[in-house]
Design a binder for this molecule. Structure first.
Ligand SMILES: NC(=O)c1ccc[n+]([C@@H]2O[C@H](COP(=O)([O-])OP(=O)(O)OC[C@H]3O[C@@H](n4cnc5c(N)ncnc54)[C@H](O)[C@@H]3O)[C@@H](O)[C@H]2O)c1
Length: 294
């Protein structure tokens, strides 16, 4: 989407870190911004800061893990602005610990926010974008962990970010032509995500302070403002993968090389193997069913 001026964007997790930086970068382009966050007061403060760039803003308290809250968010955004063109499914939380010691509660919480939250946004806003019929774009915040970095201690988080890539990759094929899709895959960024469990619901163990070592780690991250600008530039270019940290490339290469080596040794191509390609099978089955109907 080349011209972002006077478009309207909804940014979840927009009160802090990468989300607030996306809002600020959008405001520099003249885009009006809805700041949606589970912390309404922080969302209000971020909306005021973004509005200083001369755009209109709206703050909405919203827990993305709750589908009905995301429906209400869309309703508020459309009734306030009359149209919305951009959705950044950015709200996310981190936690977990080593896989052998982590708890199921932690896994449920991370999937609720990082995966269900993203899907809720895709579904609710995607359906509205489809009806609206004008160019629209959805950006899902994944991570370097979407691309295959297997850091220890954060296996649950990594699993959720793989899921975000998978959802985004299928959505870009299923979505109608007026809806573009991107996945934002940053490496470490200086934000408050180390303290994400401050808002963990009782059902998943309740609020908890972040570990001091996690806070110190974040200090090594890139400035969030830089990631906000890169996310917006990715939308302007229409890129699917929006990548920001060059070191991630070597992990992508290593993973691809290991998988390709497995194919070379265990399942080398034989004449006729193409008949098992699922895309072609789906097309054939759908065509046959369609023919049966007519
Ligand atoms: N910081 C990093 O190193 C890094 C790297 C790659 C990807 N990410 C991803 O970037 C996204 C933003 O994280 P950040 O680093 O800016 O962290 P952050 O904690 O600074 O910001 C996250 C925001 O999301 C909000 N939030 C949390 N749960 C929510 C919910 N259920 N509903 C609505 N809002 C909710 C928080 O209140 C906060 O304002 C996340 O998806 C995260 O996984 C972060």
């Amino acid at each position: 989407m080349k011209d972002l001026k006077d478009k309207v964007a909804v940014v979840t997790g927009g009160a802090s870190g990468i989300g607030k930086s996306i809002g600020l970068a959008l405001a520099d382009k003249g885009t009006h911004v809805v700041v949606a966050d589970i912390e309404p007061d922080t969302a209000e403060a971020a909306a005021e800061e973004i509005a200083r760039a001369g755009v209109r803003t709206l703050a909405v308290g919203c827990d993305v893990a709750d589908m009905s809250a995301v429906e209400q968010l869309a309703e508020r955004a459309w009734s306030h602005f009359g149209h919305v063109e951009l959705l950044f499914n950015n709200a996310g939380v981190a936690g977990g610990g080593p896989l052998l010691d982590a708890t199921a509660n932690e896994l449920h919480w991370l999937f609720d926010v990082n995966v269900f939250g993203v899907w809720h946004g895709c579904r609710v806003f995607g359906q509205r974008f489809r009806s609206q019929g004008t160019p629209a774009h959805i950006v899902n915040t994944g991570s370097e962990h979407s691309l295959g970095i297997p850091n220890t201690q954060i296996g649950f988080y990594t699993a959720t970010k793989h899921a975000v890539l998978a959802l985004s990759d299928v959505l870009r094929r299923e979505a109608p032509d007026n809806i573009g899709v991107s996945v934002l895959c940053p490496g470490i960024v200086r934000t408050d995500i180390w303290n994400a469990a401050r808002n963990r619901p009782q059902a998943f163990g309740g609020p908890q302070d972040g570990a001091p070592e996690a806070r110190v780690m974040m200090e090594y991250g890139v400035d969030a403002r830089e990631i906000g600008r890169q996310a917006v530039a990715g939308v302007e270019r229409g890129d699917f993968y929006i990548v920001t940290h060059s070191h991630v490339r070597k992990y992508v290469e290593e993973r691809a090389a290991e998988i390709l080596a497995a194919f070379d040794s265990q399942a080398p191509y034989k004449e006729g193997d193409d008949r098992y390609e699922v895309d072609a099978i789906i097309a054939r089955v759908m065509a046959a069913m369609q023919e049966g109907k007519s």
